[in-house]
Design a protein around this ligand. Sequence first.
Ligand code: ADP
Length: 407
Amino acid sequence: METILVVNAGSSSLKFQVFGIAGGLNRLLKGNLEGIGTAPHLTIKSASGERVLTEDFPSDIVPDLPAAMRLVGERLRERHQGQLIAVGHRVVHGGPNHIRPARIDEGLVRELERYTPLAPLHQPNNLAPIRVLLERRPELVQVACFDTAFHRTHDRIADHYAIPVHYFEEGVRRYGFHGLSYEYVAERLAEIAPNVGGGRVIVAHLGSGASMCALNAWRSVESTMGFTALDGVPMGTRCGQIDPGVLLYLLMQHRMSASQLQDLLYKESGLKGLSGISNDVRNLLASDAPGAMLALDHFVYRIGLNAGALAAAIGGLDAFVFTAGVGENSPIMRARIGEKLGWLGASLDPARNEAGDVLISSDRSKVAIYVVPTDEELMIARHTLALIAAPITGTNGPNSRKVGYDS
Ligand code: ADP
């Protein structure tokens, strides 16, 4: 059986999934090697969640991502009979020019390494497994799928910061992230609601990382994230939008170093910083501490505010979509956010919301409200398959990839 491997490499974990391709994409395995360099632990499950393998390793056996990639490759070869024909990688940054996934070669890796200063916490991790496979399996097709690519349909005006324009040319511009998630959701909407979904839509990807995207006619027009994945709505531990004057204050008055500031903004802020309790919405909902209430109220308020800005970018709103951990699983948070959309003519149906239906707006709502579970891995597998199937035309944009797939 021919298979595609999807790899999503982070700072201390390597997540992967295996898809069969016969008769459409078919998820076979999901795995995670976490605790890389500290307490490596490998889990492999079947697509339906049954455990296939768990294994612990001494930290010196899996000290880094290259070692993790080699180990995962070995285990998959031992346990899995499929014939691997391609690997699709999540790569956070494709820079200003990549508008679609790209087949990987040495030249592309060198180019993508140049974007490391733009995403220092993610890009090197994403590229490490690619390097290992280029060395060990040079004949294997590898495809880079960028979180930024889906947003390259933005008007140039939207992607500027109002600082001297040469910084834009240097790469200091608004890129937007979570693009693979938005692209997947756009494709699902094309199936669920082809008419409404092709209009003016806001998708709220609310997970531990959170952002929102305005779509018009399936294309990304605006995103709350910008130069980095720090901007926009507050997240589990990231601050979201902040006055740059605050950063100057912290640098000058608190004499913070750049790395202290980085830690503060990425790891100690957002829901965690505001509540002083947790970065997890579930814990905050379960707590009656004032900090928990403050954090959730602020989260909901900022999402409402950003919805207004995004609606302005697309001149109104036909549909609003919830996705990712909070959006998919929390009727309470959906209801609270839904209330903030009331002025746009949106109203939730409480029973549909509680049941987690696909369409959760009331019959009288002027805005259709949907819950659409995201699937970034399937999106990567689709792109990888499409690039193998049509290496010259490639794929990009929600209307242009109709290679036979299935989940
Ligand atoms: P990631 O950004 O890591 O992919 P997810 O999209 O899986 O994250 O979202 C994880 C977050 O979703 C958790 O931190 C938690 O706050 C939230 N979450 C998951 N399930 C629920 C739930 N039932 N109620 C509220 N929040 C939830």
